[in-house]
Unconditional design. Sequence first.
Lengths: 148, 699
Amino acid sequence: MDRRFVLLVEDSADDVELTLRALSKSDILVEVVVVHDGVEALDFIFGTGPYAGRNLNVMPTVVFLDLKLPRVNGFEVLQRIRADERTKLLPVVILTSSNEEKDLIRSYELGANSYVCKPVDFTEFSNAIRQLGSYWLFLNESPMRENK
Amino acid sequence: MNPLQLFTVLINFLAFVVYVYLIWFVLNLNRKELLNRLCALAIVPFAIWSFAFTFLHSATSLNAAKLWMNVASIGWCSFPVGVLWFYLDFSHHERLLKKKSFIAACLFLAAFFTFEQWNGNLIVDLVRQPYGWSSVWKISPMSFAFSMYYVVFVVGCMYLALDFERRTKSVREKKQARIFYVNALVSLILGTTTDVMLPMLGIGTVPPLADIFILSWAGGLVYAVKRYGFMALTPATAAEDILSTVADSLMLVDLDGKIVLSNKSVHDLLGYTEQELKGKDIGSIANGIDMATLLESETIRSQELNLLKKNGEQVPVLLSASAVKDQEGEVMGIVVTALDITERKKMEQELRASEQKYKTLVDHALVGIGIHQDNRIVFANRRMATMLGYSPEEFIGLQIADLIHPAERSAVLSRAHKRQSGSLEPETYEIRLLKKDGSSFYALISNGLIDYNGRVATLITISDITDTKARKELEEANKELEAFSYSVSHDLRAPLRSIDGFSQALLEDYADKLDDQGREYLRRIRAASQRMAQLINDLLTLSRVTRAEIHFEEVDLSTIVENIAAELKESQPNRDVKFIIAQNVKAYGDSHLLRIVLENLLSNAWKFTSKHKNAVIEFGAKESDGKRVYFVRDDGAGFDMAYVDKLFVPFQRLHEQDEFEGTGIGLATVQRIVHRHGGMVWAEGEVEKGATFYFTLQL
């Protein structure tokens, strides 16, 4: 059986907590791997640094990527993911506070699969997370699986 | 016959011969001219008179003498008539001569007095004298009447001549008139003395020589007629007339280069008299002109040079010279004409100075100056060409469309077209121009219509405002604003989400540990954070509206309004609101920004009618003072006009938050968008009667 999990790249502990709460509230039982900045995200994905030796055949079903991150920001992470043969088809959903048009356009230009602006209202936020989770984890057929 | 008598006889006969010659001569000059004929006619009585006197003075018997005196009377009774007719014609009173009654009256008088003489009522007797015969006048009313006839006619002639001299403008005619009255006066005074005065006083020793003295008169008439030959226009008289009357300065120069003749204009121009100029070398008054060049070219046309005045000043003239040739084609002299061009020179100089001034202005202007006609550049200064990256040569003839950034091209061109067809369009505005290398820059352009080569064209001045201080500051401010907004967008929302999220978490997970008041507080925290989130959103929209580039296109406002109305109805389907939307209301502007305007106005209308059971919201456009005014009207809560100024100020609200929720930024955003379109926005309202928001998009 495939291991399905979400890689959540989020520096704000509050947002991590709220995202996890929203996921659990929406009855989506899925493993979430949390990394707190861009460098850690890349280390995890490509099995470097602290994650050296990680089985690279196991990739997240979807990456929830924040844009404003310490050290390496979300755009660079996305760029690196798309530049690598192994991960260029990995589903990446931008999950951010910004609704700036230029962020949205840049994300899609760099190959994001979705762009979601996190609503302030927690009820709406929960809805968004639930929909994202059910879509990317269960409805979407990821091309990544065929790679195996 | 004694020698004295012989002299008298001979002199009278000689006079007769001269009169006959004069008659022949004047008729020969021009037989068809009335004046020549009248001149001849006037001399005929003198001829008869002197012919009769030849025989009178040689008569031996009193009877013979009386007979010849009677013959002579045909002449001396009729000459006043002949002379008067001549003077009448000469002084342009020929209309009198056409009256038959006048002619008949004249002839009657002449015939009457001749008849009276033959009847012996004028000269009653003749007395033998050494020279011949002297007359004895009868002192009677008849001889007095004859004197009156004679005096009236002769004085009439004098008057005509004097009056004509005074009236005429022609120098030639003045001279002629002078000859006429001077000669007449001299011969009449002398003739009257010898033939009438002395005999009447009984002095018979002086022979009657009136017919002889009158020779000078008749001779004068003929001389004047010949000399000034005005009966027919001859080249010579015309030339003299022209010479004296033309405004051009005329000089006749002989082959040695000496001035022979000069007219009044020359004297007025140069300050010399005719005498001073006569014999002067032409080269001494005309710089650079000598006889050799004049003769060589024979004709000089309109050469500009300076003439030297008597007082040493120079006067600019247009000089022409042409050779005068005799019948064999030999050059006899040169006619030099000079036209005073002082005024013209002055004007030329002023014009040149003014042109120079404008040329310098255009050449050195720090702004680009050009003219376009039929959508092509027809004139441009160097600055204009270099601003756009072209050489001045390749710039002329360019399509103006190629110089405008594609985003603004259609708007600018349609505006230019409208302006040239007479519509009032803004003269000065910002424009993005396209350089030859494809890059673009912001410029301020000013347009004015001018006439260029007889057709309407647009004069444009362009200044590059990329580097202007204001623009730099604006760009700087925009950058800061952008950074600020970006950070707000990211960072200000995150804590709000935490506040809201964890409040919700508390409500969900710890509801049993809180009492009602605790739960109420948490709900308030959530409401506040959500309102703040809305505030942030609105602020971001406002700042985006300020920064956003405007893409002009035709926008169908009616369709946008319909879409927004549908969304509003969907958001609260149970409300009873009627939308009246005018169809096909179009505008020129940025569709995205205009949608924000309409969204704000319509959602305001929607919001402020929410307390009413049913409501009407109307959208439309009308013409006012030649401008298109769009409006959104509702019949909702309205507002007090006393606070109308505060409507468009950010964060200013006229209603309690609890009454109508809102951030107070919507109308400020509307105003900013409308301003960025060069338009105006204003509102009218009344409490509980509704509000109407108007806006224009002047672009």
